[in-house]
Design a protein around this ligand. Structure first.
Ligand code: PMV
Length: 343
C-alpha cells in the first residue's frame, strides 16, 4: 500500500474580552457595529490538527482527550461552508485535538479562542500543502466566519473589528490590530475574571444576536456603539482612564439592557453580578484606584485595571470579592500577545 502523507500542526490562541461590544449581526457574520477588545493570555485554546491524504474529506474532533462530535460540528460546518477557499480539503482526513487552559465549567466563552486556534492550524496546513503563506488579516477573516468575535483574537494586545471612519483600514470583514495605537498602560492591562457562575448560559450568543433583529432599541444601540468607538479609540491612544472606565462600564450594562428589552426578554446577570458591580464602584470611589468592570454575555465579571495596581486589587479580590464568586473562583488574566505556534 502506498504510504499516506501524515502531518501534524499545532497552534494556541487566546480568548478576548470586548470593551465596545459586538451585539447584532447581518448577512454572513458581519457586525452591525464595530467592536474593540483586549486579547487575553491565560484563557486560551490549544489545538492540534493531524492530516492525512485520503480519497475524500474526513473529520474527527477530540475535546480534552475525548471524541466530541457535538463540539466538532461547528468547525465541520465552517469547513464545508468555505470549502471553495480550501479545495485541498477534498482529499484530506483531519483529526482535531483541542483543549482549553481555563476550566470547563468556568462560564468563559471558548468559541473565540477555539475557532481562532483552529483557523491558525488551517492556515498552517494551507501553507504546507499549497505553499500559501498567510497573514493575520486572512486568519482574522476566516476566524470571523467561524465565530464573529474570534476575528479579534488573532492580534496581540488589542483589536478593532468593524468598519469605522475613525480608523483607517478598519473593516467589517476582518479585525485589525490596535497594538500600535494604544497608550502603554493598556499593553499590560489586567483582567481578573470573577466567576459568579460556571453554568452554561440559558440563551446562547447566537440566539442573542438574532434577537437584536426585533429589538426596538437596535438602531439607537448601533448609533451609540459607533459613538463609543470614537470616544474609546481616542482614550486608548491618550491613556485617559476616566473615559475608558465610563465607556467600558456603560457598554457592559448596555449589552445586558439589550437582553432585558428584547422579545422574549431574558437576564443573564445573577444577584452576585450586581453585588460585584456595586462593590467595585464603591471601592473605586473610596480608593481612587482606576479599576472597572465589564461583562460578557453571561454572569461573570471581568475586573479590568492597570498592572501597577495589581497588588492592591488582588488583595481586595482575595479579601472581599471572592465572597461573591462561585467556590471563591477567579482567573488572573492579562493582555496577551495573540496566537502562538505550538509545533
Ligand atoms: O462571537 P459571538 O457570536 O460569540 O458573540 C460575542 C458577543 C459578545 O461576547 C457578547 C461581545 C463581543 O464583542 O465579544
Amino acid at each position: 500500500m502506498e504510504n499516506k502523507r501524515i502531518n501534524k500542526v499545532g497552534w494556541q490562541s487566546p480568548s478576548n474580552i470586548a470593551l465596545v461590544k459586538y451585539w447584532g449581526k447581518r448577512s454572513k457574520q458581519l457586525p452591525q457595529n464595530p467592536s474593540v477588545s483586549f486579547t487575553l493570555s491565560e484563557c486560551r485554546s490549544e489545538t492540534y490538527v493531524s492530516y492525512e491524504e485520503d480519497d475524500r474529506f474526513g473529520f474527527r474532533f477530540f475535546f480534552e482527550g475525548k471524541e466530541n462530535p457535538a463540539f466538532g460540528a461547528k468547525i465541520e460546518k465552517f469547513l464545508l461552508d468555505n470549502k471553495n477557499s480550501f479545495p485541498f480539503l477534498d482529499t484530506l482526513s483531519l483529526t482535531v485535538e483541542s483543549r482549553n487552559t481555563f476550566p470547563h465549567s468556568s462560564g468563559i466563552a471558548s468559541s473565540a479562542s477555539s475557532m481562532s486556534a483552529f483557523v491558525m492550524c488551517l492556515m498552517e496546513i494551507a501553507n504546507q500543502i499549497v505553499g500559501k503563506r498567510f497573514d493575520l488579516q486572512t486568519a482574522s477573516y476566516f476566524s470571523r466566519l467561524a465565530s464573529g468575535s474570534a476575528a479579534r483574537s488573532v492580534f496581540p494586545k488589542m483589536a478593532l473589528w468593524g468598519a469605522t471612519p475613525c480608523f483607517e483600514g478598519s473593516s467589517d470583514e476582518y479585525a485589525v490590530s490596535l497594538a500600535n495605537d494604544i497608550h502603554p498602560v493598556f499593553k499590560t492591562y489586567r483582567d481578573s475574571i470573577l466567576i459568579v457562575s460556571g453554568e452554561t448560559k440559558s440563551v446562547s450568543s447566537r440566539a442573542g444576536h438574532a434577537l437584536m433583529e426585533g429589538n426596538p432599541y437596535a438602531p439607537a444601540r448601533y448609533a451609540q456603539a459607533n459613538e463609543n468607538i470614537k470616544t474609546l479609540l481616542a482614550a486608548l491612544k491618550s491613556g485617559d482612564l476616566d473615559t475608558f472606565i465610563n465607556i467600558t462600564e456603560s457598554e457592559a450594562l448596555q449589552l445586558h439592557a439589550l437582553m432585558m428589552c428584547s422579545h422574549p426578554s431574558y437576564i443573564l446577570m445573577k444577584p452576585n453580578t450586581l453585588n460585584l458591580i456595586n462593590e467595585i464602584r464603591e471601592f473605586r470611589e473610596e480608593t481612587k484606584i482606576p479599576l472597572c468592570f465589564t461583562l460578557d454575555a453571561g454572569p461573570n465579571v471581568h475586573l479590568l485595571y492597570p498592572e501597577r495596581e495589581a497588588e492592591k486589587v488582588e488583595y481586595y479580590i482575595r479579601n472581599v470579592l471572592v465572597d461573591y464568586c462561585d467556590h471563591d473562583r477567579w482567573i488572573a488574566d492579562h493582555v496577551g500577545d495573540g496566537p502562538k505556534k505550538l509545533m
